[in-house]
Design a protein around this ligand. Structure first.
Ligand code: BEZ
Length: 198
């Protein structure tokens, strides 16, 4: 599948006849809401886990040296915590463009902390998109993030903002926090030299 998903997202009927739609954010959407919203609530989706497995060619890296950003991967029993936004359909014109590097909209139930569940949408970069990088050790992911930067800034800022936003929500994510820890270690004086000698 082409990495540019704008046309595919436009062809769906996700927004037809709707005045407002719930959108679940699990990555930069948690801390960067650069769009108008009607309501915003901490939320989760079941059966999905967050992973730094998607390559970023246009935000946190370049086509020659992609960064790593999050997508969600199906996993039985998993819960992915994030933030839900109630938005108008017009907002998706902006988001489809912002997240065009491999992300498709998917319908999903969204669960609020009070136990209420609503139908909504989530952006997912599946393994058949050309920017997908897939699994790597958390140390190797941290090494790649440490070296990557793109038009939206250093890849490390993305990781650190996401980890801070999850802490602010009071949610743990062992994958994100392990990468954050490795990245902090790599940033210590002499760490890169020691890395090179291994
Ligand atoms: C998110 O925060 O849910 C998200 C952000 C960028 C691309 C896809 C999803």
């Amino acid at each position: 599948m082409s990495a540019n998903t704008i046309a595919a997202n436009r062809q769906t009927d996700h927004l037809t006849g709707k005045d407002s739609v719930w959108l679940f954010g699990y990555g930069s959407l948690i801390y960067k809401a650069d769009f108008p919203y009607i309501e915003r609530r901490p939320a989760s989706i079941a059966g999905w886990t967050r992973r730094f497995w998607q390559g970023s060619h246009d935000h946190r890296g370049t086509p020659e040296a992609p960064g790593r950003v999050v997508t969600i991967i199906a996993e039985a029993g998993a819960i992915c915590h994030g933030m839900a936004y109630l938005v108008t359909p017009q907002v998706f014109e902006h988001l489809d463009h912002r997240e065009k590097n491999g992300y498709l909209r998917l319908s999903s139930d969204i669960l609020f902390d009070d136990g209420r569940s609503v139908p909504g949408l989530v952006y997912i970069a599946s393994e058949d998109n050309t920017a997908f990088l897939g699994a790597a050790s958390e140390l190797d992911i941290a090494r790649q993030i440490a070296q990557s930067s793109g038009p939206s800034g250093p890849n490390s800022d993305y990781l650190n903002h996401l980890a801070a936003a999850l802490r602010e929500l009071g949610k743990s994510d062992p994958h994100v926090f392990a990468i954050e820890q490795h990245l902090a270690e790599l940033g210590k004086p002499g760490a890169q030299d020691a890395e090179g000698k291994r």
